[in-house]
Design a protein around this ligand. Sequence first.
Ligand code: SF4
Length: 64
Amino acid sequence: MKVIIDEDKCVGAGQCVLAADQVFDQREDDGIVVLLDALPPEEQHSAVEDAAARCPALAIEVLK
Ligand code: SF4
């Protein structure tokens, strides 16, 4: 699995961090997503899928 984020789409909603805090964080100043791990381990995959599904801005792309 490879995770790609589009910072320009991100609206800082934070749903991705709630779903997968090992993989996503948010910048302190504006809340824009920070990708912590573009190649997350297997045990994170379902959380990452959940994060992508929850993102209201469709800013998270998951490649398999
Ligand atoms: S859920 Fe989407 S819009 Fe919200 S912080 Fe994460 S990437 Fe950005």
